[in-house]
Ligand binder design. Structure first.
Ligand code: CAA
Length: 247
């Protein structure tokens, strides 16, 4: 197994944490991105150390800020070396029906999910193509594929990530770089726990498998896409949703 350098944006969140652990377990050196001043950063890093994940570092940057992403790219290259695997995991929700949604809620979600994908991928894609190997894996969502009541902003951003993936995949496929996204359904994370309990209960009831996904189930799929074995998969948007939506 070749040791690679990985960056996971939103790396200290629900899915991000599981992805960091899984890729560290695979023998890679991992940079977990978080927002500047993220209150649980030290506790998170200590937790990783005590769980035996010594090769994980924390890197602060607001992924909605292009200059901050440039700084993050330089910091990771200095501390760990050139980045081979990028997991675009950072994102937020600001759910409201479209009639009630303000421009601030629209922009916050488009910036943190979709524009951040530009800001961060831009820092690493040239290095990957120059070295002839790379993986870009972005978190889309079932709700980017099927739409979701109360999520015009999030559904638009996540659908945008899938389109970005298909276009970039074509541009870099001959350079040894694959570009894919995964579309989880509802996962046991703070983002899903924030849904009103009665609404969430209805959602869980509608999932054919009858439960939420565990973050490690999403991380296993991401780890496979990051591996050498997945070299022939590119431009894909892989659903992982317990049967909630079957295309
Ligand atoms: N389809 C059609 N109509 C619906 C509906 C649906 N799915 N859900 C609610 N409605 C109707 C209601 O029946 C109600 O109708 P009446 O006014 O006639 O009674 C009306 O719409 C208002 O419903 P709410 O009470 O839900 O409205 P609200 O303004 O209080 O709440 C909301 C709106 C915040 C968007 C809430 O509906 C909600 O939280 N929905 C869930 C959104 C969701 O799934 N978010 C996912 C977050 S996690 C994530 O995004 C991760 C991922 O990738 C999956």
């Amino acid at each position: 197994m070749t040791e690679r350098v990985v960056v996971v944006t939103g790396g200290m969140g629900g899915i991000g944490t599981a992805v960091c652990k899984r890729l560290a377990q695979a023998g890679h050196r991992v940079a977990a991105n978080c927002l500047p001043g993220y209150p649980r950063k030290d506790e998170w890093l200590a937790g990783m150390r005590s769980a035996g994940f010594e090769a994980v570092i924390g890197v602060e940057a607001d992924v909605t800020d292009l200059d901050a992403c440039k700084g993050m790219g330089e910091a990771i290259r200095t501390r760990l070396g050139p980045v081979d695997i990028l997991v675009n995991c950072a994102g937020i929700t600001r759910d409201a029906t479209f009639r009630k949604m303000g421009l601030d809620e629209w922009l916050a979600v488009i910036n943190s999910n979709l524009n951040a994908t530009y800001n961060v991928t831009k820092q690493f894609i040239d290095g990957m193509t120059e070295r002839g190997w790379g993986r870009v894996i972005s978190l889309s969502s079932v709700n980017g594929t099927r739409g979701q009541f109360g999520q015009t902003n999030y559904s638009a951003a996540k659908a945008g990530i899938a389109g970005f993936t298909r276009a970039l995949a074509q541009e870099v496929v001959r350079k040894g770089v694959t570009v894919n996204c995964v579309s989880p359904g509802y996962v046991e994370t703070d983002m899903v726990r924030a849904i009103r309990p009665d609404v969430l209960a209805g959602i869980v009831e509608s999932i054919p498998i009858g439960r939420l996904a565990r973050p490690d189930e999403i991380a296993s799929l991401v780890a496979f896409l990051a591996s050498d074995e997945a070299a022939y998969i590119t431009g894909a948007n892989i659903p992982i949703n317990g049967g909630l939506h079957m295309a």
